[in-house]
Ligand binder design. Structure first.
Ligand code: Q0N
Length: 293
């Protein structure tokens, strides 16, 4: 029972890798875990320090983006009674009225955008030039929002008109503007550090006075596609900055696993875990210019 661990707190929801609790004072506590997912499965074991690396990276980005919009973080102090091992990966945030749209910006063709483009020449209703290959840079960043799917289902693409219908024309325009601004800022910083920011997803909520606030986590490898710039080679799937060792091992004969079958993936070997941890730390250190310690 959570209430025993954090007096007055109740569990609100768990995503694949983050958990949310309601505190007695009305605020929320967001806890990033060391869990990692690949090919739609949460893997075992977790990646040591991943929750802390991503929490600190997101906190750093919130400050870099503060001139664009406010963020939801209230405190990084662990509430009294919280488990000691949440230190460094739990953040007290203000409770917002969440906008029911996953706000995605893409500068490169990847993931679900590849299949959409192949069948329609568009992504989320935005026409793209002919002849683009997977991994290609788009002529300019595009807003490609999706529905917010619950755990176990997939987000569905929305057109800009869908967003206008869902939240109104005024808010839709603000979401597009802010999402593209966050992407542009992230992309510029990442480019300076030899990292391609292919796309990113942001979540936005509103204060009672209507102010838009950046929520969840931002510009982390879990919410964004980061590619090593020196390995960027359009024409197929790009290596992932953080998860490539995991994907390579799961796809190799060594793992004995068929990702199209119905068995859960096998346990990750220690060497894959260690190499993956090092990649998260490297992403943090390259992007922020700070030592993870
Ligand atoms: C909220 N989600 C979806 C945490 C993130 N500041 C907020 N106020 C109200 N609601 C939310 C936030 C935030 N952030 C965001 N659900 C509720 C993503 N979750 C998944 C679980 O962990």
């Amino acid at each position: 029972m959570t209430a025993v661990l954090v007096p007055g707190a109740t569990h609100v929801q768990s995503g694949k890798v983050r958990d949310l609790y309601a505190l007695a004072d009305g605020r929320l506590l967001m806890v990033a875990s060391d869990r990692i997912s690949a090919y739609d499965h949460v893997l075992s074991p977790g990646i040591p320090d991943k929750g802390e690396v991503l929490t600190r990276l997101s906190l750093w980005w919130f400050e870099q983006l503060a001139d664009l919009l406010p963020h939801h973080v209230v405190s990084t102090d662990l509430p009294p009674g919280a488990p000691a091992d949440w230190a460094g990966r739990a953040v007290v945030v203000e409770r917002l009225d969440m906008v029911p749209v996953e706000c995605v910006a893409r500068g490169y063709l990847a993931g679900s955008g590849v299949e959409a483009y192949a069948s329609t020449g568009e992504v989320c209703g935005v026409p793209l030039p002919p002849g683009l290959v997977e991994g290609a840079e788009l002529p300019g960043p595009v807003f490609t929002p999706t529905t917010k799917a619950s755990v176990g289902t997939h987000d569905q693409p929305m057109t800009y008109a869908d967003v206008e219908t869902a939240v109104g024309a005024e808010l839709a325009a603000e979401l597009r503007r802010l999402t593209l601004a966050v992407y542009e800022r992230g992309r510029a910083v990442a480019a300076d550090r030899g990292i391609v920011l292919a796309d990113t997803k942001v979540e936005v909520g509103r204060r009672p006075d209507g102010t838009l606030v950046l929520a969840d986590e931002v510009l982390t490898p879990d919410s964004s596609r980061f590619w090593p710039a020196d390995q960027w080679a359009p024409g197929g799937p790009q290596p992932s900055f953080d998860k490539q060792y995991v994907r390579d091992w799961l796809s190799s004969p060594d793992s004995g696993w068929d990702r199209r079958g119905d068995r859960p993936p096998p346990r990750l070997p220690d060497a894959v875990v260690a190499a993956t941890r090092a990649r998260y730390v490297e992403a943090y250190e390259r992007l922020t210019g700070q030592s993870f310690g």
